[in-house]
Design a protein around this ligand. Structure first.
Ligand code: PHE
Length: 458
């Protein structure tokens, strides 16, 4: 054997074994063998190590030994001196396994009996493979050249009539489609979906929020918020230049609003000031979704016969704020409104408990607060396990009669309502500390792609 063929590992190991056989009892020096084979010593060391590893594992030793025992080729003396020993029991053996494997090697595996075949398979000496073969025959359109099949019918083919002679490729209805590039929902939208789901489970109907621009009338006046209220200042509210004013108001209702502000009524003293239509007309970007609730409640009051109602909205609002890590000039509000005869603060607390329980928030506390349009008003706090403190999660209250009665709602109907921001629970849920990472031009789109689905109750 030429020494230079010993290139790959197993071949080299076998070459080494052969040399070892010729060498008789003495053994070989790896340096000498390497030199004789014209190899780097390290290559030979590799072969030696691989043989050593084989010796340690002896993967087939156990099977081989038990076969040799059952064929009575060897005999085991358990009590031999120095521990159990194995002795040769026959002069020569007839290795039937080897003969069977040789049959396979000669391509005559089918001559094996099924029993033998299965045994060899079990010992992983044999593997059966199924080969699919084709019998090829001439078809009706047989030709010795392969003509290209058309995949598209073009206007030119139709115009020239060439389509008549062309061969078109058949549709492959089995082909898998290409996965379309898909969009990703922003975390705010995922959290919004969850909130909407909770409201829908509770039987609430969604209010139409599709107007960012609102008149001061619906945003403030209808809510019994006086015209001198600081929130109606340029510093807190964005005013529109064009169109600067709204014109279309329900006249009778507007008169009643004017009256309740300036003179009072419905058991109220009012604010006793000169209410001005020009102020109510000013167009603004709505500062809260309670403007939407006011419109919807007014519409509810126009029904001939009052029916109880549960409404919700989730949409954008705008405030002229100083921007910082937790404040933007626009954000989203979530609002719930329930109208029925005789609702009390207890009903409000009960419904808030149910709503927040659905969010996974069970520890609630209420703190008296002030809103121009609700009395009583309550801020809602929940205990935050992560922050280990009580955090404000919402604002709520019972709408004032000064707001509801001018709308035309029957006496005895009360309306309870609450609101919260969408950004705050989203930031908590997704572990975002700076609102600029959630909204605006600095948002990392990867954050949007990678953010998981939102489950508020887990
Ligand atoms: N409009 C209030 C706000 O902007 C929230 C609120 C809604 C309060 C409904 C009471 C009732 O914070």
């Amino acid at each position: 054997m030429s020494p230079t063929v010993a290139a790959d590992g197993p071949a080299l190991a076998e070459l080494l074994l052969q040399r070892l056989e010729w060498a008789g009892g003495g053994g070989l020096c790896s340096l000498e063998v390497a030199a004789a084979l014209g190899l780097e010593h390290q290559q030979l060391v590799g072969a030696v190590k691989s043989l050593q590893a084989l010796g340690q594992k002896l993967p087939c030793g156990k099977v081989g030994f038990s076969k040799a025992m059952s064929n009575k080729w060897v005999r085991l003396e358990k009590n031999a001196e120095g521990g159990p020993r194995v002795f040769r029991a026959v002069e020569s053996v007839q290795d039937s396994v080897r003969e069977k494997l040789q049959l396979v090697q000669q391509g005559e595996a089918e001559r094996l009996e099924e029993k033998d075949r299965n045994e060899l398979k079990k010992r992983k000496l044999l593997m059966e493979v199924v080969i699919k073969t084709y019998w090829i025959r001439k078809g009706s359109a047989f030709s010795t050249t392969v003509s290209k099949q058309e995949t598209d019918l073009t206007p030119e083919m139709i115009a020239s009539g060439s389509w008549r002679d062309l061969k078109f490729k058949a549709y492959n209805f089995e082909a898998l489609g290409i996965m379309p590039e898909s969009g990703h929902l922003h975390p705010l939208l995922k959290v919004r979906t969850q909130f909407r789901q909770i409201f829908l489970e509770m039987g609430f109907t969604e209010m139409p929020t599709n107007n960012f621009i609102e008149s001061s009338f619906w945003n403030f006046d209808a809510l019994f918020q006086p015209q001198q209220h600081p929130a109606r200042d340029q510093h807190d509210t964005f005013f529109l230049q064009d169109p600067a004013e709204a014109t279309d108001f329900p006249t009778d209702y507007l008169k009643r609003v004017k009256k309740v502000h300036s003179q009072g009524g419905y058991g109220s003293q009012g604010y006793k000031y000169d209410w001005k239509l020009e102020e109510a007309r000013k167009n603004i970007l709505r500062t809260h979704t309670t403007a939407v609730s006011a419109r919807v409640l007014y519409r509810l009051a126009q029904q001939e016969k009052f029916t109880p109602a549960k409404y919700f909205s989730i949409d954008r609002v705008f405030r002229n704020e100083t921007l910082d890590a937790t404040h933007l000039a626009e954000f989203h509000q979530i609002e719930g409104v329930v109208a029925d005869y005789g609702l009390t603060l207890g009903d409000l607390m009960g419904i808030l408990k149910e709503f927040f329980t659905k969010l996974g928030i069970t520890q609630l506390r209420f703190k008296p607060a002030y809103n121009p349009y609700t009395e009583p008003s309550m801020e809602v706090f929940s205990y935050h396990q992560g922050l280990q403190k009580w955090v404000e999660v919402g604002n709520s209250g019972v709408f004032r009669p000064e707001m509801l009665l001018p709308m035309g709602l029957p006496e005895g109907v009360s309306v309870i309502a609450w609101g919260l921001s969408l950004e705050r629970p989203t930031m908590i849920k997704y572990g975002i500390n700076n609102i600029r990472e959630l909204v605006g031009h600095k948002v990392n789109l990867q954050m949007v792609y990678d953010s998981p689905l939102c489950r508020l109750d887990t």
